[in-house]
Design a protein around this ligand. Sequence first.
Ligand SMILES: *[C@@H]1O[C@H](CO)[C@@H](O)[C@H](O)[C@H]1NC(C)=O
Length: 626
Amino acid sequence: MKMFVVFLILVYVSQHVSAVDMYDGDQFVLLHCEFSTFEMDTPTVIWTRSDLSPSTVHQHQPEGDELKNQNQLYSGRTSMKPDALDTGDLSLNLTGLTLSDSGTYTCSVRDGFGFQKTVTDVHLQIKERFPSWAKALLVLLVLLLVAVGLLVHFRYYFMSGYQVDVDSGVESVQLPCKTTVHLPVDAKVEWTNSKDWKIHVYQNGSDQPGEQHNPYKGRTEMKRNLLKTGDLSLTLKYPTEEERGACSCTVYSREGNVLMKKVVMLQVKVSQVEVDSGVESVQLPCKTTVHLPEDVRVEWRLSLYENLRVHVYENGSDRPEEQYEDYEGRTEMKRDLLNTGDLSLILKYPADRDRDTYTCSVYSREGNILIKKDVKLQVKGYQVDVDSGVESVQLPCKTTVHLPVDAKVEWTNSEDKKVHVYQNGSDQPGEQHNHYKGRTEMKRNLLKTGDLSLTLKYPTEEERGACSCTVYSREGNVLMKKVVMLQVKDCQVKVEDGVESVQLPFRTTGDLPEDAKVWWKDSKNRTVHIYQNGFDQLEEQIQVYRNRTEIKDDLLQTGDLSLTLKHPTVRDTGTYACVIISTNIWRMKTVLLKIKKTTQDKDESGDVRNRSSSTDPTPLMAEQSV
Ligand SMILES: *[C@@H]1O[C@H](CO)[C@@H](O)[C@H](O)[C@H]1NC(C)=O
């Protein structure tokens, strides 16, 4: 009977559902649940959330709280009144509320017999104190306030960001800086560059050149009455490429507080000169309309190297003793340069290595920079392309320079070996590297015509690279130099595996000397075929080529030195070279032979296919031989 009553009450109470709204961050909430467990046998109160696992939020029994099965989310955050089972107030105190506590909390009771009933469901809804749109709005508002604050604080920065573009070499550039702020008479104005070096300082009513960084000395100017007018613009003379970047104009109060600051971006473009390697000379422009005093010093140097002076002019004459040795005898400046203002530098025989940025600087006697200009020099190489095996190639080298009769002309290869030497009116084969003997030729009267071009016969791939044509005076000074890139392309022969024979072509001039030795070698430098004194000399021929090579009978008369290789296989792929050697002849040609595997099954020549399969044991070939 007692059980029945309990059951009825349980049924009634289970109808009860309540809802509670709280906010994220609230300290605690009391989830109500009332049930008289007074008459129950060893009652247990369980608070659960069925959407969690484990679902237990809190459990309380006569011995006290039983939190063994409690979900970790609620660890340390739940409590019930110690006398709950006596009073029937089974409310749960949940503390430290967060959004994830939203859910339905079920309060149930269970008796010692295992009967369990739900007393109440509490829908707990934890709301965001501020909805996300409100938060977003708040963040925006804060950001806006910060931005406005920054703008007010740095208003001169933002309101006056400014870029000035000039070419390197312009006489001067004005960096604008104007203010409507009333400036006190004892204000200090400071222009600094991106490295914080002082460009110009104005204080106590006058410029302070003593505080100025050296390179800017004598090159800056500010307006009169600048504190009254508020025009703090700076005139900078001869801005250089190195000086580009952010320049700041700052006004300080007597106490050293910043009253205003403005930044101007200075952009200095460098002028560029492009020439082909091999031209006689190039002019690096530097002109001025400034009147130059008699005692100026003009200095051309490599822009990044203070000490590498390309040309120095001082007190009306050149100073070769100050010049970097690489440029000795190769530079020239205009006559009358002080009157014309044309300080351009003439650089002779510009070559690859002369690629650089050059600076033209003019200093007053006191050492102040009057002019500074950068010029970038681009030198392009000159290239001659030929196929390997051509009869000859001409490497051009012409000059309009007047060459003395005792000049020496030297052609050298990329390894500085002498290709051809001309001196005292004739070729000097004695000075020539062996490799080039009998293969070079220069024009007649070359010193008079200035055409120093070289004819090189039978150029080979090994000879490709930079060839230099240099003219020396009797004293050994370089009068001119020109570089030609020689590009020799491989001769290629491609055939498919299985052909009866392949020809490696080499045609040269006919009527070769009787004693000429014709020697075909493979890429491993092994003898493929030798012909000498009217006969094939096959003692040195290696086994692989036995009975597979043939050359023409009348090769010395016709100059057709081509080699026929029979039954070529993929293993024959490689570079072959043919050299003709005699007392006064040396010629060479290389041929790249490429043999492609074929998948053709049908072939009349069973021999060839069997050979193929025996020399190339790949599965593909094995299949073919079946
Ligand atoms: C709930 O628990 C917190 C923390 O222990 C306490 O401050 C708060 O007073 C309790 N609330 C009630 C209604 O007992």
